[in-house]
Design a protein around this ligand. Structure first.
Ligand code: DGL
Length: 275
């Protein structure tokens, strides 16, 4: 019997492991959904590359995900959401969402003094997209952006709780603290993993926004609106999740198993340049 549209998997991608913070929120919030995840581990990081390159990589990955017959695509990467989403979205017949707009929306709801901080990669901050969305939703908002390029390697080296990481967080975030922001968007997929250190440095009075969580909520709404929710419980005991990478499958699998609510059996390496 032909698979119903709603039973098809959700496609997700990121430059590497970071988007797993988005995948885990989707797993927690939508247990009936299947996922095909692609991590571009051969070409990570995206955060310091040009828009042109990120667009080319994202188009290749979207073609790969479409070859897996996905019903919707989540750009689980802030840099790719900032540089590629708007252009590629119009080229597709299936819905596609990113992490930037959901994060901006929640920050606008959370702020009381209209002073919002955004941290992310060089690419995300230089794109100005968070600021654009925030100002569209709340023209009175003041947005202070700060690129924190060293956070990604610190997370990838599993140094989440290392004193060096705390020192880096303090250095990057002190200027934001001095700007009297009351809301801070963790605008990079890796940053939710530094949440407790960021909380310590920023203090209890600043609301930390995790776009990964908000993206999962937006995806749930989107699927419901389009009649694409998979209500059926997964039939087998095996998790309905498949993972693909462009390199270093074992390292990816190890990292995935340290942060996902389920253990993944394997990550398959593919040649993304063929797409
Ligand atoms: N996933 C990227 C992002 O959210 C961070 C890692 C990278 O620079 O590729 O922007």
């Amino acid at each position: 019997m032909a698979e119903r549209e709603s039973e098809k998997p959700i496609g997700m991608f990121d430059s590497g492991v970071g988007g797993l913070t988005v995948a885990r929120e989707v797993m927690r919030n939508m247990p009936g959904e299947k996922i095909v995840y692609f991590g571009d581990t051969a070409r990570v990081p995206y955060g310091n590359k040009s828009k042109e390159i990120i667009l080319r990589y994202s188009r290749q990955i979207v073609r790969f995900l479409q070859s897996q017959d996905v019903k919707a695509i989540v750009v689980a990467c802030n840099t790719a959401s900032a540089f590629a989403l708007e252009e590629i979205r119009h080229e597709l017949k299936i819905p596609m969402i990113g992490v930037v707009k959901p994060g901006a929306r929640v920050a606008c709801k959370a702020t009381r003094n209209n002073r919002i901080g955004v941290i992310g990669t060089n690419g995300t901050i230089s794109s100005g997209l968070y600021t654009e969305f925030i100002r569209e939703m709340n023209p009175r908002a003041q947005v202070v952006g700060k690129a924190c390029p060293l956070f990604v390697p610190l997370v990838e080296e599993n140094m989440w709780k290392d004193p060096v990481t705390k020192e880096m967080v303090r250095r990057y975030l002190t200027p934001l603290k001095e700007q009297n922001i009351d809301t801070l968007i963790l605008g990079c997929t890796h940053y939710p993993l530094l949440r407790s250190v960021i909380r310590e440095v920023m203090g209890e009075s600043v609301t930390l926004v995790n776009p990964a969580y908000e993206t999962a909520c937006s995806l749930k709404e989107l699927l419901a609106r389009e009649g694409l929710t998979n209500e059926a419980a997964p039939e087998t005991k095996k998790h309905p999740y498949r993972f693909f990478v462009s390199d270093a499958a074992e390292t990816f699998q190890k990292f995935a198993n340290s942060i996902l609510p389920v253990d993944i059996e394997n990550a398959q390496k593919i040649n993304i340049e063929e797409y």
